[in-house]
Design a protein around this ligand. Structure first.
Ligand code: N01
Length: 531
């Protein structure tokens, strides 16, 4: 039986949220320990090592802002950083601030139980047990992979991969027959790179996705230098931008459906050529007006039909649902890849994957043979990692039961019946609808301020009230209901996981959210019960 390690705070996860939590809380004098299931830091960027993995927020923005020297010394090499570079950055941050010494690696939380008598959490991992006053879940929004229960999967004699749990050794697909199941962001990034190696690549598509070119390129040293000179202003500007992400295209109030066709085409062409998410900001009503949305969707379909040579493949690749209702994809030569002789697209929108066989899979009534199957089937987003920890709060209430009708948080930070538990970028906060690192910094700083305030006032527990959480969940959903987001089956709604309650999980709009958090703290944490 291992000893119980006592501390003030246990932080679960050593991705960007966990690293910053450890740094800030230690700086305030808290005895803080980290637990991490991987054997290194990096979180998402530790696990998602699939070929082509890259961040689709520009590297100069997808980075910490909290330390001016760190911000100045780190040199990014590309417009969008690839996974190896982001992982190196996370490792650099961990080394620079000596965070690794605080973290127990290869430690998976198996249970976390709150004791109402002592107001402490007992956190049991596969290795050690911890007892702490506070539990900070920095477990990430997209960290529990979704591998559907395909019939016969165990019988396949070749290699099986999931993009979100990619092996750490190099995988070489040269000369191999490879299948990719799924066409979300991960697949869209991986397919062109795997196609360069594989002798035959077959993509199984259930629903086509809209993708816009990233136009990745080496980062111009002058752009990097200018950004660094003005970093404070730029970070501030991002924090007051709705999505928390700056674009060279300023926001506008224009309507796509009102635009004259020559003006519309010129604006869309310019953004298509520039690449990146600025494309989706061409017109302000893309996310709220079906006619405008359809006009932009049609523009993308037109691009697909120009790029893809085979008309039937182009037709299958062209989505018909609302654009930007699911998380949009950015790519490098995704559609072009389907012009290669050895790359095939199989439409499985009717029957899905019927069965995995010893030598491949059966779909669309046909048997296919492969040496490797790659599942790019996504994640149990936003709640998956939290629920996996088997968290039990007051009165034996489990998080799973508390969230059976969907996640119920206040501000995405606190959960009724689960005192002294903080969720970093939890459901109900802007998280995945903004720049994750910006969202992480705001959350972790709020948690730090809260713990410092509690220490000053000799308080030992904080718990979101049921009333505050109920009205917050209503608020999150009422904002989403004013948009087109709820009109498709996205992981934002949990709709990608069979049986998961359909509820819109992230909050749309970063600046009012950050202001609300600030006011809550200023009003002595209104909506929380403090003791
Ligand atoms: O996962 P997804 P992802 N049979 O859920 C299909 C972030 N990310 O890993 O649409 C057959 O988007 C599914 O089909 P359908 C980003 O936020 C960021 O690609 O459900 N197919 C879909 O095509 C992103 O949104 C970066 O019909 C099945 C695919 O699998 C999020 O991660 C890079 C199936 C899953 O797509 C998730 O992206 C990569 C089944 N049973 C990812 N089940 C950055 O650059 C599912 N599918 C920052």
């Amino acid at each position: 039986m291992s000893l119980v390690e006592e501390c003030d705070v246990v932080v679960v996860g050593a991705g960007f949220g966990g690293l910053y939590s450890l740094y800030l809380l230690r700086q305030e004098g808290f005895d803080v320990k980290g637990v991490e299931r991987g054997d290194g830091v990096g979180g998402t960027w530790y696990w998602n090592r699939y070929p082509g993995a890259r961040c689709d927020v520009e590297s100069l923005q997808y980075s910490y802002s909290f330390d001016p020297e760190l911000q100045q010394e780190w040199e990014w090499t590309e417009r969008y950083a690839g996974q190896p570079e982001i992982l190196k950055y996370a490792e650099h941050v961990s080394d620079r601030f000596d965070l690794e010494s605080l973290i127990a690696f290869n430690s998976t939380v198996e249970a976390a139980d709150y004791d109402e008598i002592t107001n402490t959490w007992t956190i049991t991992t596969n290795r050690d047990t911890y007892r702490s006053r506070f539990l900070v879940a920095a477990t990430g929004c997209l960290s529990t992979t979704n591998l559907p229960d395909f019939e016969g999967l165990a019988n396949f004699e070749g290699d099986v991969y999931h993009t979100g749990r990619w092996p750490h050794q190099t995988v070489d697909f040269s000369g191999r027959r490879v299948a990719v199941v799924g066409t979300g962001s991960s697949a869209v990034q991986a397919i062109p790179v795997i196609a360069e190696q594989a002798s035959q690549l077959t993509v199984f598509q259930r629903t086509p996705n809209y993708s816009v070119p990233a136009r990745n390129q080496p980062l111009d040293p002058r752009v990097q230098a200018e950004t660094k000179e003005n970093y404070d202003e730029l970070r501030h500007a991002a924090r007051i931008e709705r999505s928390g992400i700056l674009s060279i295209f300023p926001p506008n109030e224009d309507s796509a459906k009102e635009a004259h066709s020559s003006e519309f085409d010129a604006r869309m062409d310019e953004r298509w050529e520039h690449g990146g998410f600025g494309f989706y900001r061409a017109y302000a009503d893309i996310g709220i007006d079906t006619t405008s949305n359809e006009r932009i969707a049609e523009y993308v379909r037109g691009q697909i039909s120009q790029v893809v040579d085979d008309p039937e493949t182009a037709r299958l690749l062209a989505p018909t649902n609302t654009i930007a209702c699911k998380r949009p994809c950015l790519d490098t030569h995704y559609y072009e890849t389907f012009n290669s002789e050895h790359v095939n697209l199989v439409d499985i929108s009717d029957g899905g994957i019927e069965q995995i066989t010893k030598t491949g899979l059966r779909a669309d009534g046909q048997d296919f043979e492969f040496d490797a199957l790659i599942f790019a089937t996504g994640f149990d987003a936003m709640t998956g990692a939290l629920l996996k920890m088997n968290i039990t709060g007051k009165g034996g209430c489990t998080l799973e039961d508390a969230w059976s009708a969907g996640p119920r948080t206040y501000l995405g930070l606190g959960v009724p019946e689960f005192p002294n538990l903080f969720t970093v970028t939890g459901p109900g906060s802007p998280s995945v609808l903004t720049n994750m690192i910006l969202a992480i910094e705001q959350h972790v700083e709020w948690i730090r301020d809260c713990l410092v305030a509690m220490r000053q006032q000799n308080l030992i527990s904080i718990e979101a009230t049921a009333t505050a959480a109920d009205s917050w969940v209503d608020h999150v959903n009422s904002i989403a209901d004013q948009t087109l987001y709820p009109t498709c089956n996205s992981w934002y709604l949990g709709a990608n996981i069979p049986g998961k309650t359909r509820v819109f999980m992230p909050l749309i709009g970063y600046p009012p959210y950050a202001e609300k958090c600030r006011q809550v703290a200023e009003n002595n944490y209104e909506g929380f019960r403090l003791e």
